[in-house]
Design a protein around this ligand. Sequence first.
Ligand code: BES
Ligand code: MN
Ligand code: ZN
Length: 489
Amino acid sequence: MDIKAIATHRLDWTGDLLAIGFYEDAIELSGDLAELNTKLAGVIEALIAETEFKGAKSSSAVTRVGVDTPIAKIMLVGLGKAEGMKPDTLRKAGATIARAAKREKAKTLGISLPIWNGDSATTVQVISEGLRLALHQDTRFKSEVEPKHQLKLTAVDLLDFAGNDAAISKAQAICDGVILARELVAAPANVVTPMSMAATAEEIAKDYGFALKILEQAECEALGMGAFLGVAQASEMPPKFIHLTYTPAGTPRRKLAIVGKGLTFDSGGLNIKGAGIETMKMDMGGAAAMFGAAKAIGQIKPDVEVHFISAVTENMISGRAMHPGDILTASNGKTIEINNTDAEGRLTLADALVYTDKLGLDAIVDLATLTGACIVALGDDISGLWSPDQSLADGILAAAELAGENFWQMPLAEKYFDGIKSPIADLKNTGPRGGGSITAALFLKQFVKDTPWAHLDVAGPVWIDKEHGVNNAGATGHPVRTLVNWVLS
Ligand code: BES
Ligand code: MN
Ligand code: ZN
């Protein structure tokens, strides 16, 4: 599918489906729209009347114009109130239009949407993202693609937007990243393994000229990564500690790290999970989004140095598994009493954070499908954000707003640290049930000494059961767009 930003006006476009955006309660047909309505024998006016279309957000209507008419079908897309419209409204409109074009079997699509905030580049970027993300379908594990899923659409014209080719390329790079993240999360644990994650890192390094260091088990042992290796010890697969680095051509404006939780499967260990265990192929969602951001950044090439780090393994059971009650020593010397083998993500992140902290960077963001407690608190559409550094937190929240991804800042309430004090070791790996996502964040904080740091608990939004916005049911690729925007900011 080829997206083009062109000078053609909606009055002059010809093709299978023309989609026009309308603000709520501002759907009078005046100016060129009146002219277009006349040209189409009053079909727009009739469609508005028949469907009682008011331009409400996420409403739409489609009808056929005629046979052998310059435009075969017309679509009205509601944008909600003009005042305070966010770029994500246009991203979602792009998704709505894309799904309609697919349903209507259109081969050519013309889109007429308003400019957000006088910024045509952002407008073109977000519409393009909405189109591509809504149309992505993962058929890797189907032996045949059903006819109803075969896309006819080949050409999309963004009307009145000539001169924005760079924005289309940027959207393409970001969508490549989101789609990589979705496909890593959706693939099962017999396909996405620690070895395959290392291979993904190698591919990105080769494609975009990144430096790559993969620490094997012996090197992790030499670095004293007892927390990470404790989690890995029951797996038949070798753990892989991945460190991928993008370095810009000139002097970097900032040096950043993105650290992703990379559990290719989380059985829970000896504190084995019950119902829903099969969903735990998604437990590398943090690392998947980290790779997605790397793939986008490799193409966009910003003037920022970025380190992508993940301690990848599976949490399994065997005669070699960690026992509940074991005491592990992390690479900063802290001892951890394992009171629950299912709180494994924080153990792998502990050693990844100690390693990253030593790189002397300007900021670290970790992201993890860390706790069910975060889903209880915020549901499946909002991720938790914790940071002792408010300007870093604000930067991530601003990046997320532009990305159309939802975050809510949560407290790093030191009082709750009492809940993870151990009588026998420095820390235990889980606290009381209440505030479980907060004690998890406080646990991670113990492993970052010097670098401004933020933690994102993405357990809810990496996966959705029902199509929503630009996402189809399943893996979402959350929060690749936020990470990319944060790096670019
Ligand atoms: N990977 C899970 C968290 C999770 C749950 C992610 C649901 C996505 C969906 C994590 O390793 C885990 O098992 N956390 C435990 C922690 C508890 C033992 C303190 C949890 O949330 O139940
Ligand atoms: Mn777990
Ligand atoms: Zn986990």
